[in-house]
Design a protein around this ligand. Structure first.
Ligand code: 3PG
Ligand code: MG
Length: 414
């Protein structure tokens, strides 16, 4: 069922408490990638332009939960948001209690306030993802802390809006307990969540064919659920990254000194059996004795020789994968093909990024799961050449795996 979106409700004169994911990368207090902020703007403007009173809340990083830690303050984000909106963005020194209540009371129609980091309060994260703790019940003490924190946040709101796709896999207080407390008829989603669901949901469950998925990264264990889910929907799964070598080991191929999850070899064998001809492994690898920028490399087909590590897919694999990608109508990509932060082991990942850009130009729907693959697309200067780049790393993987989130299920239907 489609969810009601923020622009479908009247917000004039009402306080809209919008959960955003402004957990942006920072270096020495400077934001190094503001995609998550920019992607929130459509909903932010929708509230402000229609005379709503916008109260934004987010987490940043993983502070201890024992009060303010300056390195995790959202103050730089408020400044960046002000630059993007070209208006002043008020900032509250805490998300609950007197400082927050006073700041919220001062917001005028069409105005915007950002609350300080939710995770300065331990209560926010007491219950984590449903995946990690499906049956975990909070203790009485935790329950009380959660309820009091949820009440402190919910009092800022006439209406709740979830526009924090990157955090939807977390059953945190601001994501779950606050909208639960507000009750039906007062909880909607934002445009970013709507867009993410369109691409990660609809486009991959009813894909235009052929549908190819490219999965990379270091560990098979991170991708098992996704591979199992995608197998019945895709025409091809192209594997890259160090997880290839766990599959190599399962097939009895030599892995040399490559990363390999020894305890997941049986599992990899099971996936290979299930997937049959749909699952493609790299036919060659770029190898080196150590992982170092500019290290001496050699390319090997099949077995990785003793003493060497496979650090990227080889040129024959890159060409074969590019061909598959360029002839697909839907392409989903999650996880780099090699150690792309360390050249020359970025070549395979860049080749895949370029093939996706070419596929987009030809009219294919191209979807990039967040995290490392989004960073690789950025590094290749191709961010504008994809149909969709998810703002969720963990969230996009978990959504592909589970197809729903409790934090979204509770929102009002359209
Ligand atoms: C993320 O970037 O993964 C989201 O913002 C969620 O953050 P978390 O992984 O620290 O919960
Ligand atoms: Mg995360």
């Amino acid at each position: 069922m489609a969810k009601r979106v923020i622009d479908q409700v009247d917000v004039a004169g009402r306080r809209v408490l919008m959960r955003v994911d402004y957990n942006v990368p920072m270096e020495e207090g400077a934001i190094t990638d503001d995609r998550r902020i920019r992607q929130s703007l459509e909903s932010v403007r929708s509230v402000m332009d229609r005379g709503g009173r916008l109260i934004l809340m987010s987490h940043l990083g993983r502070p201890k939960g024992t009060g303010v830690e300056p390195a995790f303050s959202l103050a730089p984000v408020a400044r960046r948001l002000g630059e993007l909106l070209q208006c002043s963005v008020a900032f509250a020194a805490d998300c609950v209690g007197a400082p927050a209540d006073e700041s919220v009371a001062a917001v005028r129609d069409g105005g915007v306030l950002l609350l300080e980091n939710l995770r300065f309060h331990a209560a926010e994260t007491l219950i984590d993802s449903a995946k990690k703790n499906p049956d975990k019940k909070p203790t009485a003490e935790q329950k009380a802390a959660i309820e009091s924190f949820a009440a402190g946040l919910a009092r800022h709101a006439d209406l709740y809006c979830n526009n924090a796709f990157g955090t939807c896999h977390r059953k945190h207080v601001s994501m779950y307990d606050v909208p639960m407390r507000l009750g039906p008829g007062r909880r909607v989603c934002g445009h970013l969540v709507q867009k993410e669901l369109k691409f990660l949901g609809d486009a991959t469950t009813n894909p235009r064919r052929p549908f190819a998925a490219i999965l990379g990264g270091a560990k098979v264990s991170d991708k098992i659920g996704v591979i199992e889910q995608l197998l019945s929907r895709v025409d091809a799964i192209l594997i890259g990254g160090a997880m290839s070598y766990t599959f190599y080991a399962a097939k009895g191929l030599g892995v040399g000194a490559s990363l390999c999850e020894r305890d997941k070899i049986d599992l990899a064998r099971g996936l290979l059996d299930k997937a049959g001809a749909k699952l493609h492994l790299p036919q060659d690898s770029v190898c080196a004795a150590k992982l170092e920028a500019g290290a001496a490399t050699s390319t090997h087909a099949g077995n990785v020789p003793d003493g060497l590590m496979g650090l990227d897919i080889g040129p024959a694999t890159a060409a074969a994968y590019a061909k598959q990608i360029e002839s697909a109508a839907t392409v989903l990509w999650n996880g780099p093909m090699g150690v792309f932060e360390t050249p020359p082991f970025d070549a395979g990942t860049l080749a895949v990024a370029r093939a996706l850009a070419e596929a987009t130009r030809r009219g294919a729907t191209t979807i990039i799961g967040g995290g490392d693959s989004a960073a690789a697309v950025d590094a290749a200067g191709l961010a504008d050449s994809m149909s969709h780049i998810s703002t969720g790393g963990g969230a996009s993987l978990e959504y592909l795996e589970r197809g729903s989130f409790a934090t979204l299920d509770l929102l009002d239907e359209a």
